[in-house]
Design a binder for this molecule. Structure first.
Ligand code: NAP
Length: 422
């Protein structure tokens, strides 16, 4: 029976779902030997370093990832970086197919003046900071004044705004990075504006996230009824199902009884940012609104307006994605997830997306190369295998237990290697 070797680069949801699709496609005539390569010593991608820590249910998908990883014919090569420790062309020469699943890690720019000032951050830096990503522990997040502004009307903007507007002790039972909980407990921010450039009928939030907002116990959530009424009118008599469901959830927020907590999260629609002003740091943002110019003073601005892929050697990019046709890149190279289709969709979207790419990949297979594997390329490099990762995982979970946390994430790479036994 032929065994085809497949390297998957990137251990996030798209990578795991690609591995699962390969496992599901095994038959009496064909098996796959899957090697997953990840530059960090820890797998799970955005499930570890993106999903908001106050939404632990979303992270339960990691159980599926671990099932895939232990189903056989699967090896993890963590702490191995493509372009540094191993080259794409070498992988292509060794494996029958190589799948890029490296996501989109760079925050898109607004393209207005002032983005270089201290106090302007992208969600692409802020989110991994509070999630203990090893590369983002030193991000400078100034939290010393009253007001923060989040730009964007998607679920990432909402996660970011919630993290800033929550009573920080609510994060104690979560796996938020220690350094972030400590900084947020000292934060002076009491008012967080979420600024959408279009009306509520065009917001990219999803309704389950909106419906969760009134459950916040220590934060006033403010949506103006006039904005939502205008959006309902603009959406017309037969809005799409998602739009209707969003507007219903927003109306419920707008009509929710007023609360009087110290912290407020307020939604502003039709606010187009045109300039960020400040001398050495952010002091105010200028917005174009239907009523004219509006200036809001603040010391922190976080833009959550989408992501682009970090370019890798040997790949061509277009509009922040790897140039591809339905996931086929060139020769035996494929791409899945956000690197393929851009930063849209929830974690589960990657399942059907990866399955479709794997169908094409299988259609392209001829006979196995049997040309060796990544072990021939990396020599004595320190590799985090699945069993090393399991040791790290157990250590993090055990250290969280006495504190009632799901885990205490370790952000230091050498400490992660040590916990793995390397
Ligand atoms: P998104 O859903 O595409 O939202 C991006 C937002 O940025 C849109 O409101 C967009 O407005 C706005 N925007 C873009 N360019 C802008 C500009 N120049 N000025 C002002 N606003 C601008 O992206 P995301 O929030 O990064 O989320 C990515 C994906 O992950 C989404 O599919 C999301 O649902 C998913 N996600 C899900 C969860 C969850 O399920 N809990 C959590 C986080 C993320 P326009 O519409 O006007 O362009």
């Amino acid at each position: 029976m032929p065994t085809f070797s497949v390297a998957i680069v990137g251990a996030g949801p798209a990578g795991y779902f690609a591995a699962q699709a390969l496992q599901n496609a095994q038959s009496e005539d064909r098996t796959f030997a899957i090697d997953m390569i990840e530059r960090l010593p820890t797998p799970w991608g955005l499930v570890r370093s993106g999903v908001a820590p106050d939404h632990p249910k979303i992270k339960t998908v990691s159980k599926v990832f671990e099932k895939i990883a232990t189903a056989g014919n699967f090896r993890l090569f963590g702490n191995v970086e493509l372009g540094t420790d191993v080259q794409l062309s070498d992988l292509q020469a060794k494996y029958d197919a190589v799948i890029i699943a490296t996501g989109t890690s760079i925050g898109r720019k607004l393209g207005i003046t002032g983005e270089d000032l201290r106090g302007y951050l992208s969600a692409a830096d802020f989110v991994p900071w509070y999630n203990a990503h090893p590369d983002y522990t030193q991000v400078d997040v100034p939290l010393e004044t009253d007001t923060a502004i989040v730009i964007g009307a998607g679920n990432v903007a909402m996660d970011v705004a919630r993290m800033l507007a929550l009573e920080p002790s609510e994060l104690d039972p979560t796996d938020t990075a220690h350094h972030a909980i400590a900084a947020l407990k000292k934060s002076s921010i009491r008012k967080v504006y979420i600024c959408a450039r279009r009306g509520a009928e065009n917001a990219a939030f999803t309704s389950p996230e909106l419906r969760d907002l009134p459950k916040l116990e220590h934060t006033n959530v403010v949506m103006h009824k006039t904005d939502i009424d205008a959006a309902i009118a603009a959406a017309g008599d037969s809005p799409e199902k998602d739009v209707k469901s969003n507007l219903d959830a927003m109306l419920a927020i707008a009509e929710h009884e007023k609360t009087n907590h110290a912290r407020t999260m307020e939604f502003l629609f039709h606010h187009v940012p045109t300039e960020i002003k400040g001398t050495d740091r952010v002091q105010e943002v200028v917005f174009k609104t239907p009523a004219g110019e509006r200036v809001i003073k603040c010391s922190l601005i976080i833009s959550a307006i989408g992501y682009e892929a970090q370019p890798l050697n040997g790949l061509t990019y277009e509009k922040g994605k790897v140039l591809n046709t339905d996931g086929r890149v060139k020769d035996n190279l494929y791409v899945v997830g956000w690197a393929k289709r851009g930063p849209s969709g929830v974690i589960g979207t990657n399942k059907s997306d990866a399955a479709a790419v794997i169908e094409l990949l299988i259609a392209d297979l001829k006979s196995p190369k049997a040309a060796g594997d990544i072990n021939d390329l990396i020599g004595a490099h320190k590799v985090i295998t699945q069993s090393h990762w399991e040791a790290i995982n157990n250590a993090e979970v055990s250290s969280g237990e006495p504190l009632g946390k799901p885990r205490i994430k370790v952000a230091d790479k050498s400490e992660l290697l040590r916990l793995g036994g390397l």
